[in-house]
Design a protein around this ligand. Structure first.
Ligand SMILES: [Zn+2]
Length: 283
């Protein structure tokens, strides 16, 4: 279904996990972000892109490499792909592909293309502040924490800020990578809201918002969660676990994420975080 539509923008919302897929058009390009989940949903996005394309180049942006955000790549192999350098160097490509395979097996899902980890044409590293295509400017910030290879992208002059799996109104922080990196990424988010004043924020799951107060509120909620998580990890008793469901509606699946967050927080506090060594061959 379509969650949000303006002249320049269509935000699709999957039936699963309220995951968003964005198609944005400027005079210079078409930008597609994280097309997902079900074959018919991805097909609808592809048809929309073909309908509005009008001869323009198509860019495909991945906010991060979690399997639900990359599984639509096969439908857009003709696009110029953009992701972080860390996404390209990801040592867990195979795990993400296996997660897609598991999901498709579980629900009898056939897809019209072979599943591969996305090719990256434009790898955004620390030194890449922005790229321009005509009058369209894409500004980037590395956003690790949720996972290791997140990327914030601000599309100007439209003022559309694509944040991936941060600042959702449906999810407290899900932290697979690092709590301390997550906190630093929230600081970057604050700076972007304050200094760049995005007109619209699009999270990977849940509702888009054009309300600056709402952006700050989500930021505050995320920080509050991290603080409470730290307290729970230090104190032993987790009072957070019950309180969370006053605010969030999907305890069924999210309880597990909270428990894993707590485990990760404890490891970080004890200083026993395993050092991740890339198994990718060096260039
Ligand atoms: Zn996600």
């Amino acid at each position: 279904m379509i969650q949000h539509r303006t002249k320049h923008l269509t935000v699709f919302e999957s039936a699963l996990f309220r995951t968003t897929s964005t198609v944005l058009q400027t005079d210079d390009l078409i930008l597609v972000v994280d097309p997902t989940w079900l074959p018919a949903e991805i097909d609808e996005i592809r048809h929309h892109v073909d309908a509005v394309r009008n001869g323009k180049s198509v860019y495909l942006l991945f906010t991060h490499s979690d399997y639900d955000h990359i599984l639509g790549f096969g439908a857009f192999q003709d696009a110029c792909t953009i992701a972080s350098k860390a996404f390209l160097d990801n040592a867990q490509k195979e795990e993400q592909l296996q997660a897609i395979h598991k999901f498709d097996q579980e629900y009898y899902i056939r897809r019209p293309y072979r599943m591969v980890y996305p090719r990256v044409d434009l790898a955004v590293d620390e030194a890449t502040d922005f790229i321009t295509v005509g009058d369209t400017r894409l500004s980037f910030w590395q956003a690790p924490g949720h996972n290791a290879d997140g990327l914030f992208t601000l599309v100007e002059p439209l003022g559309i800020w694509i944040v991936g799996d941060y600042l959702s109104n449906e999810e407290f922080p899900f932290i697979y990578h690092s709590v301390s990196d997550y906190a630093k990424t929230l600081d970057i988010a604050e700076k972007i809201i304050t200094t760049r004043q995005p007109k619209l924020m699009i999270p990977g799951h849940g509702d888009v918002t054009s309300d600056t107060r709402e952006m700050f509120l989500r930021l505050k909620e995320s920080r509050k969660y991290l603080d409470a998580l730290r307290d729970a990890a230090k104190g032993g008793e987790d009072q957070l676990e019950d309180r969370l469901w006053d605010r969030y509606d999907f305890r069924g699946v999210q309880l597990e994420f909270h428990r894993k967050n707590l485990e990760l927080m404890r490891k970080e506090l004890e200083g026993t975080m395993p050092v991740v060594i890339s198994t990718e061959p060096a260039d």
